[in-house]
Ligand binder design. Structure first.
Ligand code: PLP
Ligand code: COI
Length: 355
């Protein structure tokens, strides 16, 4: 299926890898040698290319900058001590990316080109994949409008890029989150389900206010009543209440359909743990904390992996949660997922692709 896809490859003359300190990686600050690029114009995709990672030149009237047709994805490549290389569920990323494309009125990306592009790029820059305990190569595919035009209409031209970045942990410690009941991340019928740049821009100001008060992240509530929990800024949210894994359902189009969350749910199902995807009210969460039935609250995402939440601030009050060492499910599923992604345990789900 991939044989007939030609990628024009132009390799770097001198790799920058020797300047990288694998033990001290700042998330999202280092970039590997190559990137994938493909342009869309005149109703079709051009020749896919891999070229040295470098600046791109843009027109001042670039449509994405003014009107926000810009979407992205995030996935990771892993390397174990035996130097085996793995991707985790990349098929899910291209499905979600193409859903974002449709919502944002952008051309979809052929699945086979995406897969071949990711695999070829990773194979070329495999030395950049950390094999430290928490390290991975973060893969960032993104698509943006490139018409040089002032006016509101879907762009006719686009650029699709994939670059990669060696990373350690996004959150190095358990976090404190603040329930957000004034500002809204996404409204019903809006673009909350799309992984589009503007959703993140809209969240910056309320997140900054929370950070100034000592909370690393927000816990978003619904845009109508601010009574139901949705997700966090960089991750979906899960609870364990009375030994049941509870998470807000994706029925409303305001929540990102997280691949990590789906994987956690499928693992919980396979462990015969009860799972409920449903509306989760703030009232229920506060009551469950107060009566002790809520034993775990954690975030789930590609960058964040599984991050324990130790304080929930709601209505001006800090609710201290069960300490991570007393939690059973989230540490166990976090460890299992990490082992799966690095090929250290059998993969009964068929999620892991060995390169
Ligand atoms: N929600 C938001 C807003 C995110 O940015 C992310 C990260 O991609 C997630 C949820 C988790 O999604 P995934 O597990 O697919 O990375
Ligand atoms: C990811 O987890 O891939 C994300 O997109 C989060 C990001 C904002 C770093």
């Amino acid at each position: 299926m991939f044989e007939d896809i030609f990628i024009d490859i132009n390799k770097v003359e001198n790799s920058r890898i020797n300047s990288l300190d694998f033990e001290n990686l700042n998330f999202g600050r280092e970039f590997s040698d190559h990137m994938f690029m493909m342009d869309y114009a005149n109703g079709k995709w051009g020749i896919p290319k891999i070229l040295p990672f470098e600046n791109i030149s843009i027109h001042p009237a670039l449509s994405a900058l003014h009107y926000g047709q810009s979407i992205f994805e995030g996935l990771k490549a892993y390397r174990n001590k035996k130097n085996d290389i793995f991707l985790f569920r990349p098929d899910k990323n291209i499905i979600r990316m193409n859903e974002s494309c449709k919502r944002m009125c952008m051309p979809t990306i052929p699945e086979n080109i995406f897969m071949k592009g990711v695999k070829t790029l990773i194979a070329l820059d495999k030395e950049w994949i950390p094999n430290t305990a928490d390290g991975s190569l973060y893969i960032r595919p993104y698509l943006f409008a490139t018409d040089e035009y002032v006016g509101i209409k879907p762009s006719d031209s686009y650029k699709f890029i994939i670059f990669t970045s060696p990373v350690g942990e996004y959150y190095t410690e358990p976090i404190k989150v603040k329930l957000e009941t004034k500002y809204t991340r996404a409204a019903k019928g809006g673009v909350g389900r799309a992984k589009t740049a503007g959703n993140y821009a809209a969240s910056l100001y309320p997140a900054k206010l929370a950070q100034e008060q000592g909370y690393q992240q927000l816990l978003w509530t619904d845009g109508v009543y601010h009574k139901y929990i949705e997700e966090s800024g960089t991750m979906n949210i899960c609870f364990v209440i009375d030994d049941v894994l509870v998470t807000p359902s994706e029925e409303s189009d305001t929540i990102l359909k997280g691949i990590t969350k789906r994987s956690v749910i499928e693992i919980a199902n396979s462990w015969e743990m009860k799972v409920e995807e449903r509306k989760v009210s703030v009232k229920e969460i506060i009551e469950s904390i107060e009566n002790g039935s809520l034993t775990e609250m954690f975030g789930v995402g590609t960058a964040a992996t599984i991050v324990e939440i130790i304080v929930l601030n709601a209505d001006g009050k800090d609710y201290e949660l069960n300490p991570p060492e007393k939690r059973k499910f989230s540490p166990k599923v976090g460890k299992y997922l990490n082992n799966l992604k690095k090929g250290r345990v059998d993969d009964p789900f068929g999620w892991v692709i060995k390169l």
